[in-house]
Design a protein around this ligand. Structure first.
Ligand SMILES: O=C(O)CCC(=O)C(=O)O
Ligand SMILES: [Fe+2]
Length: 273
């Protein structure tokens, strides 16, 4: 079965593995995401309780979004840092499949990214899906890097599926321009009709070559779609070794205090008493 996975992946530039993530772990992460929202809602005076229900989480997101868009964005940024999310991306079934697909010595030079799509949660001037791109320019490490993408709810053609062009992974880098979140591919170089929506259910995982052309499908109904995306890079890829392990990503630390004069001794007394 797994040799078929490798064959499909090599031929098509992607492979979908079904039912490989435990629903308990996915639900636990959803629950922790909701705790992050509910802590802020409670702090802002709304009496809510955390759950793992997709509908209620959507409601909590809307509630916080309407109360305070800044706090809402801060909460969503913290979701991507959850320990349980890091554990999910390193799930043994995912590791084993990436290994079969050629990643012999996996490294993460990036942290997981969450892609959140809902028609009623668009951020003013912010991100609502990404245009046509390849993932490689944002990393520039191993040529065999795999994007590992999985949703926290069933994704069908009406719930913002990822759309990709099968077999586009062997054409090399497509010409394009630097856009806000991606290196956007010039529309002259692909045909609209070749995009295929990826139907990926809760528990399923999409494995995609870093060279496969893809975008966020913008066809969505009233439902919420949350997906996690991570990059399995191969420390042993030949050109990655030859190029001395490059990475296009940098970490920036702001050295100034974010809240001037915070903390004071009194705040620490509460922690350490
Ligand atoms: O989830 C999406 O809509 C976009 C995903 C994507 O571009 C990625 O994971 O690299
Ligand atoms: Fe991407």
């Amino acid at each position: 079965m797994l040799s078929t996975a490798a064959e499909q992946y090599k031929n098509n530039g992607y492979y979908i593995a079904h039912h490989i993530l435990p629903s308990k772990a996915l639900k636990n992460t959803l629950y922790e995401m909701d705790i992050i929202l509910v802590q802020q809602l409670n702090y802002l005076g709304c009496a809510e309780q955390a759950t793992d229900s997709q509908k209620i989480i959507h409601h909590h997101m809307r509630e916080l979004y309407e109360k305070n868009q800044f706090v809402y964005v801060q909460a969503l940024k913290l979701w991507a840092k959850l320990f349980s999310l890091q554990a999910l991306i390193m799930n043994e079934n995912i590791v084993s499949i990436t290994n079969k697909l050629g990643i012999t010595l996996p490294v993460f030079q990036t942290t997981p990214v969450l892609h959140i799509m809902a028609n009623d949660l668009k951020i003013t001037g912010g991100y609502h899906g990404v245009g046509v791109h390849q993932d490689w320019p944002a990393l520039q490490s191993g040529l065999d890097t795999i994007t590992v993408w999985f949703p926290f709810m069933d994704v069908d053609i009406n719930n913002f599926p990822v759309e990709l062009i099968p077999e586009s992974h062997t054409d090399g880098l497509y010409p394009g321009k630097i856009a806000e979140h991606i290196y956007e591919v010039d529309p002259k170089f692909y045909e609209e009709k070749n995009f295929v929506p990826m139907e990926v259910k809760f528990g399923d995982v999409l494995f995609m070559s870093n060279f496969t052309l893809h975008r966020s499908g913008l066809r969505g109904d009233q439902r919420l779609r949350i997906a996690c995306s991570s990059r399995y890079e191969n420390a042993s890829e030949k050109t990655f070794i030859e190029r001395a392990y490059p990475s296009a990503q940098k970490r920036v630390i702001q050295r100034e205090l974010l809240q001037p004069n915070f903390p004071q001794k009194i705040h620490l007394d509460e922690i350490y008493s």
